[in-house]
Design a protein around this ligand. Sequence first.
Ligand code: PLP
Length: 444
Amino acid sequence: MSGVFSRDFAAEMPLVDHAEGVWIQTVDGQRYLDGMGSAGVIGIGHGRTEIYEALAGQGTKVSYVYTASFTHPWQEELSKSMLSVAPEGMSAVYFVSGGSEANETALKLARQYHVERGEPTRHKMLARWQSYHGVTIATLSLSGRTSWRAPYDPYMLPVVHVSPPYNYRCTICGGEGDCTDHCIEELERTILLEGPETISCFFAETIIGTTASGVTPGPDYYRRVRELCDRYGILFICDEVLMGYGRVGRPFAIEDWGITPDMITCGKAIGSGYAPLGAVIVSEKIAGFFREGRRRFVHGFTYSGHAMSCFVGQKVFEIMKREDLFRRPGRIGAYLHERLGALQQRHEMIGDLRGRGLYAGLEFVADRQSRAPFAPEQQITTRLVSMMRERGVIVGGGVPGANYGKGGDHIQISPPFIITEAEIDTLTGALDEVLTVLGQEPRM
Ligand code: PLP
């Protein structure tokens, strides 16, 4: 019996021996292609000895200092590195240990910013349904991931949720438009109904990940979000914990919309799994306000700016730069999407294929014409993920609720940035086999 308090006591977890590149190997010799990049974390690939060699040298010079009293070279260096690839207008980085902490930090910073500016009534937050921002109570209340929220209802934080720009299931434009008009109207109506003077920030995953597998807004959406936020004095915060740092073929996904948010939150790929690391990239508008007013941000985890984590983060950054991994996912991702597009042609049950770069989401439907989802009892996602695993490939099961709580099967593919075309063929080959089996089953 394991002494670990497991997330899922019902499931037997295979014991990992080692991992290298895109492969994970268990102690009994089974190999798995890590098609979900271990929760979208692994960018530079598993088992890069260079990181450990660097740690064995310089990295041990400072393992920990309390960053409320000291700074250290690693966070100084890493902040400069990250800002060098961040959108124009961003000027400071606050380091934490993961994505939930980054989001928690951003919403506190937004709140304090308004309080210091003499706007204490701005205590509400805006976010979207079918989004995921983390597991702490604050970030879960921000999230629109209904199945994970349910056990902890009611929430203490005043978060108001609006519709995601989920084109494939839009009840208004029905997939004919790109959802922008409808979503922007709803956002403005919500701001006006709640009272702009009560709202601190609008929080959005630039491209929605786990909860809706790659829902990507139309080309004008974020420009109009930015305009609304500016008009009503609301801060706009992009959660790029999953989609940022190269995954979509750019350092940050928001670049594709050509606007600068007030903050960008990061996690996952910035440490690439070699150390727990998260960050909030803060615009000069906010950082300058604190710096020039000599204001103190009333916040700080014991492990904020952890020296070893920042050291590892800097090594990850150097590898990303040297191997062009901020851009490569765009190129190799085009091949992944091409292969998945071919599968969509062959398998009627793939209703929608979405995402960018090395993030792809597939939504499954019982009937392509009407977009009717499979009956939840058919457990398509769960069975597909386990059939893929039997074939030695890991893909991520989407969270039910893609169809507004009425089922909605989807999976996500988010491999490490170093995946090759041959490895993509292995992944899509296994998927082809599994879809052939599932596609022949009678619909319930
Ligand atoms: N935000 C997004 C978009 C995520 O995908 C995740 C994790 O999956 C988080 C936040 C939470 O990050 P963490 O699990 O590191 O706390």
